[in-house]
Design a protein around this ligand. Structure first.
Ligand SMILES: *[C@@H]1O[C@H](CO)[C@@H](O)[C@H](O)[C@H]1NC(C)=O
Ligand SMILES: *[C@@H]1O[C@H](CO)[C@@H](O)[C@H](O)[C@H]1NC(C)=O
Ligand SMILES: *[C@@H]1O[C@H](CO)[C@@H](O)[C@H](O)[C@H]1NC(C)=O
Ligand SMILES: *[C@@H]1O[C@H](CO)[C@@H](O)[C@H](O)[C@H]1NC(C)=O
Ligand SMILES: *[C@@H]1O[C@H](CO)[C@@H](O)[C@H](O)[C@H]1NC(C)=O
Ligand SMILES: *[C@@H]1O[C@H](CO)[C@@H](O)[C@H](O)[C@H]1NC(C)=O
Length: 407
C-alpha cells in the first residue's frame, strides 16, 4: 500500500487508480508484445536471442504455434550486396586491356588513358558507364589488311575476381550491327581450366542473346533442362568443334540488338553456385521488384533463360575465380566467319574501314551489383526463444510494475 505525504492510506477513487493503471499498462504491454512479432531471422533489439521462456513454446497464445516455429527453424538464404560498380567511380576498379584481340578481331583496344582521352569510355551526366567502338576515324583497307591501323575499341575486366555469387547487370544499351561481336562475360587467365561464362553475346544484328559456357573436357549441358531458351551445342569442352562451347539462345527477340536498345535495355542476372549457373533476362518493364529494391530473391523468379546444371557439369570442378569482362571486337573468329551468311554488305574489312558502321556499337551500363549468398542460421529459434523472448520481457515488465505498486 502507498502512504500519502501525510502518512494516511489513500482511499477511494485515487487508490483504485494506483492499482488499475499499472495493471492496465501491464496487460497492454503483454498484448503489444504478442502482437508485434520479431522479424524472422533478425535480431530485433537483441531481445529475441537466447531469452529463457516463462511460457511453453508450443502454447498457442504466448509461445507461438508449433507450426510457425518449425517454419522459422528452416535456414534462410539471403543475397547480401557485396560490390557495386556504378556511376562516377565505375571504371576505377577495371583494367583496360590494350593487347591484340585473342579472337583475331580487327580492333585496337585502347589503354585507359587513351580510352578516356579519345572519349570512347566515359561516365554520362546521368551516371551511365559508356563504352564505344570508334565511329569517327576513317581507315583504309590497306591499313586494316596489313593491321598497321585497326579500329579503336574497348575491352575491360574487373580487378576483383569472384567465386560464385549473384551478378545483376542493369544495361541501358548493348552494341550491335554488322561486323560487331560484343560480349559481357567472365573468365580468368587460366582459361579454359577455370571455365568461361558468356552472359551476353552475339554478332551482327542478331535479335536474341546467346548464353554459353566453355570448359575443359566432360562438362555437358543437359537438354532439355530448367530453362526457357533453346539449347544449341551441349558439349562445353573447348576442344569440341573449334571451341563452340555449349549454349542456349534466349527465346526473346528483344534480348539483343535494336529492339533491346529501343526498349531501354534491361537486366541480366547471372546466379552462380555449386548447383548450377543460371542466367535470367528481364525487360526493363518487367524487372522484379526485389531486384529494384536491392533485395534479390532468385528463388521467386520464373525459370531462367539459360541454365548449366551441375548434374551434367559439376560446377565447382569447372568454374572458379572469374573476373567480369566487357568487350567489343569486330570481325574475327565469329563475326568475321559469319559475316556474309548474316546478310551483311561487302566484306567485314570494308565494314571496319567505314566509321559510320559503328554508331550503335555502344555499351551503356547503369550498374553491376554483385550479391553474396548468406545462409541465416535460424536454429536459435528452436531453443524456446524467438517470439517467446518477448513474452519473457513482458513478464519482467509486469513483475517490475507489480513490485512498484506493492512495495
Ligand atoms: C541450417 O544450417 C546449419 C548450419 O549450416 C545446419 O547444421 C542445419 O542442418 C541447417 N538446418 C536446416 C533446417 O537446413
Ligand atoms: C562471396 O563470398 C565468397 C566466400 O566467402 C568470397 O570468396 C567472394 O569473394 C565473396 N564475393 C564478394 C562479391 O564479396
Ligand atoms: C597508352 O597508350 C599510348 C599509345 O599507345 C601510350 O603512348 C601510352 O604510354 C599508354 N599509357 C599507358 C599508361 O600504358
Ligand atoms: C572424361 O571422360 C572420359 C570418359 O568417361 C574419361 O576417360 C576422361 O578421363 C575424362 N576427362 C576428364 C578431364 O575428366
Ligand atoms: C530441374 O529441376 C527439378 C526440380 O527442382 C530437378 O529435380 C531436376 O534435377 C532439374 N534438372 C536439371 C537438369 O538440373
Ligand atoms: C543505328 O541505330 C539506328 C536506330 O535504331 C538505326 O536506324 C540505324 O540503322 C543503326 N545504324 C547502324 C549502322 O547499325
Amino acid at each position: 500500500m502507498f502512504m500519502t505525504r501525510h502518512g494516511e492510506f489513500r482511499r477511494g477513487l485515487g487508490w483504485r487508480c494506483q492499482i488499475f493503471t499499472p495493471i492496465m499498462l501491464c496487460l497492454l504491454t503483454l498484448i503489444i508484445c504478442q502482437v508485434v512479432r520479431p522479424v524472422d531471422g533478425l535480431d530485433l533489439f537483441g531481445f529475441n536471442v537466447r531469452m529463457p521462456s516463462l511460457f511453453p513454446r508450443t502454447g498457442n497464445v504466448l509461445g507461438g504455434t508449433v507450426q510457425s516455429l518449425e517454419k522459422r527453424a528452416a535456414n534462410k538464404t539471403l543475397w547480401i550486396l557485396a560490390k557495386t560498380y556504378q556511376g562516377q567511380t565505375f571504371f576505377d576498379e577495371w583494367d583496360f586491356y590494350s593487347g591484340p584481340d585473342y579472337t583475331h578481331g580487327l580492333v585496337d583496344y585502347l589503354n585507359k588513358t587513351e580510352a578516356i582521352a579519345s572519349g570512347l569510355a566515359y561516365i554520362t551526366e546521368d551516371g551511365r558507364a559508356n563504352m564505344h567502338v570508334d565511329s569517327v576515324t576513317p581507315l583504309t583497307l590497306d591499313e586494316i589488311n596489313s593491321q598497321t591501323k585497326l579500329r579503336p575499341s574497348i575491352r575491360i575486366s574487373t580487378q576483383a575476381k569472384y567465386n560464385q555469387g549473384l551478378f545483376i547487370l542493369d544495361v541501358a544499351q548493348a552494341p550491335y550491327g554488322c561486323g560487331t561481336w560484343p560480349a559481357y562475360w567472365s573468365t580468368n587467365e587460366n582459361w579454359p581450366n577455370d571455365g568461361e561464362i558468356d552472359i551476353i553475346e552475339n554478332v551482327h544484328s542478331s535479335v536474341s542473346n546467346q548464353v554459353s559456357w566453355h570448359t575443359t573436357a566432360n562438362c555437358t549441358l543437359i537438354s532439355p533442362g530448367n530453362y526457357t531458351g533453346t539449347a544449341g551445342s551441349t558439349t562445353c569442352d573447348h576442344n569440341y568443334m573449334s571451341n563452340t562451347g555449349c549454349g542456349i539462345v534466349d527465346q526473346s527477340i528483344a534480348s539483343f540488338g535494336p529492339t533491346f536498345n529501343a526498349k531501354g535495355g534491361g537486366v541480366y542476372a547471372m546466379k552462380w553456385d555449386s548447383n548450377s549457373i543460371d542466367v535470367w533476362f528481364f525487360y526493363r518493364s518487367a524487372i522484379p521488384d526485389d531486384i529494384l529494391t536491392g533485395l534479390p530473391s532468385p528463388g521467386t523468379w520464373p525459370l531462367p533463360s539459360a541454365s548449366l546444371s551441375g548434374l551434367g557439369c559439376p560446377i565447382d570442378t569447372y568454374f572458379r575465380n572469374h573476373m567480369l569482362i566487357f568487350d567489343m571486337t569486330l570481325c574475327g573468329d565469329w563475326a568475321g566467319t559469319s559475316y556474309e551468311a548474316a546478310g551483311c554488305p561487302g566484306t567485314c574489312a570494308e565494314r571496319v574501314a567505314d566509321p559510320s558502321s559503328f554508331v550503335n556499337a555502344t555499351w551503356s551500363i547503369n550498374s553491376i551489383k554483385i550479391y553474396n549468398q548468406t545462409v541465416i542460421n535460424t536454429a536459435y529459434l528452436d531453443a524456446g526463444t524467438g517470439r517467446t523472448g518477448y513474452s519473457f520481457w513482458a513478464a519482467v515488465f509486469a513483475l517490475i510494475a507489480a513490485l512498484l505498486l506493492f512495495l
